[in-house]
Design a protein around this ligand. Structure first.
Ligand code: MEV
Length: 430
């Protein structure tokens, strides 16, 4: 969140070169000398990377973009996005701008409760096992809490157990869910430690054996929700009035609701935004992906994570909800120096706030995709950015890059050699 009444509305940010963008960013968030330096150079060196994975052979780069124009819960956000796909950052920024022109974007989240599963087999008397486990709930939670006194002191800790019997040929399974409020951590480590600590006594109480104990990525007790209201006028596209665009977006949303083939792509577009934020903030995006898709399929058929409809007053209304197991402490944050910078830019003060921004970003990304799909199509935006990237890589900067890109699009020839030629011609004429 931006402080001191600063705005994330940064017109023409995309037209600047990278060092000019750093200046603007610095004005907005006040980066330290080291943080600015970190953005300029490769933020992770091999020594640091060596602490993260085995058999290290190098550090693999990823573009870091900045989504602008976001106002969520009346707060202004600049959102760092680590993503390799053209158009994603521009689309998010553009849709966020559309929403702020007369609309609104809100987000909220549940308590940060994660689930660890302890799977027990070989149980003969299920009723007795369940009764004993329920009766010993307090001591099970106490054992779990002893594994992380700091979490307890921060107001988190083991909250509850749930017991599920899973029917299976050859003997049912008994699964105990240990529910833990993990506060600002992603939480997999802490709940895994707790599950391992309590499992021997669970096996004794249940009269069975422990098969395995591990976090569940279907973090359905830790969800983030966002909702948007979008005025019809700013949705307009050349030759298509905003009200018609809104109607088509609602129809495209219905398409995703009734067809899993479409729902998969609809959700992929949502995850374009969410994953990019996860990557930029050093979060486990595979965990968030697993949570999102298992949540989307929880009814038994695969559904869209976000849906849209047109309200009585003509506004387009969208909402999204999905599990959001994200953290601000622990994990990569402690070893990846770049993460400290991206988190400073985003300016969130809790994992819940990060989860809310992620859900809002997913919803906005979905709006951008649907609007493009029901109007000009997705390729146009891709081509514009692709042309600009080709122009930039050929050596054009600022306005010149736009001029070169425009000409290549007009000619239908978006190529590095053509970009070089145009640059030469323009420079000669100056
Ligand atoms: C492309 O990465 C994402 C989209 O296909 C999403 C969608 O179709 O909704 C544009």
């Amino acid at each position: 969140m931006l402080e001191n009444g600063k705005t994330s509305r940064l017109p023409n940010f995309y037209k600047l070169d990278i060092s000019e963008r750093h200046e603007v960013l610095n004005e907005a968030v006040g980066l330290t000398h080291e943080e600015r330096w970190m953005l300029k150079k490769e933020p992770l060196n091999p020594k640091q990377a060596e602490m993260m994975v085995e058999n290290l052979i190098g550090v693999f780069g990823m573009p870091l973009g900045l989504a602008v124009n976001f106002r969520i819960n009346e707060r202004e956000y600049l959102i760092p996005m680590g993503v390799e796909e053209t158009s994603v950052v521009a689309a998010a920024s553009n849709a966020a701008k559309i929403i702020r022109e007369g609309g609104s974007l809100h987000a909220e989240s549940s308590a940060p409760e994660m689930i660890a599963q302890i799977c027990l087999t070989g149980i003969r008397d299920f009723d007795a096992a369940m009764a004993r486990l329920t009766g010993e709930k307090a001591s099970i939670l106490e054992t779990a809490d002893r594994q992380d006194p700091t979490l307890k002191s921060l107001g988190g800790g083991a909250r509850d157990i749930e017991i599920r019997r899973l029917p299976r040929k050859g003997g049912d399974m008994l699964v105990v869910h240990l529910i833990v409020d993990v506060r600002d951590a992603m939480g997999a480590n802490v709940v895994n430690t707790m599950a391992e600590a309590v499992s021997p006594s669970l096996a004794i109480l249940a009269g069975g054996e422990v098969l395995c104990k591990i976090v569940s990525n279907l973090a359905d007790r830790r969800t983030a929700r966002a909702s948007a209201r979008v005025a019809p006028l700013p949705l307009e596209s050349p030759g298509i009035p905003g009200a018609e665009v809104a109607r088509r977006i609602a129809l495209a949303s219905e398409f995703a609701e009734i067809d899993p083939y479409r729902a998969a792509t609809h959700n992929k577009g949502i995850m374009n935004g969410i994953d990019a934020l996860m990557i930029a903030t050093g979060n486990d995006w595979r965990a968030v992906e697993a949570g999102a898709h298992s949540w989307a399929a929880r009814s038994g058929s695969y559904k869209p994570l976000a849906v849209w409809s047109v309200a009585g007053d003509g506004f387009l209304e969208g909402r999204i909800e999905l599990p959001m197991a994200v953290g601000l402490i622990g994990g990569v944050a402690s070893v990846h120096p770049g993460v400290a910078v991206t988190r400073r830019i985003l300016g969130v003060s809790s994992a819940s706030e990060l989860a809310e921004v992620a859900a809002a970003l997913g919803l906005v990304q979905n709006l951008a995709a649907l609007r493009a799909l029901v109007t000009v199509g997705i390729q146009k935006g891709h081509m514009e950015l692709h042309a600009r990237n080709v122009a930039l890589s050929a050596g054009a900067l600022g306005e010149l890059a736009l001029e070169v890109a425009d000409q290549m699009i007009r000619e239908g020839r978006i190529r590095f050699d053509r970009a070089r030629e145009i640059i030469r011609q323009v420079m000669k004429g100056k």
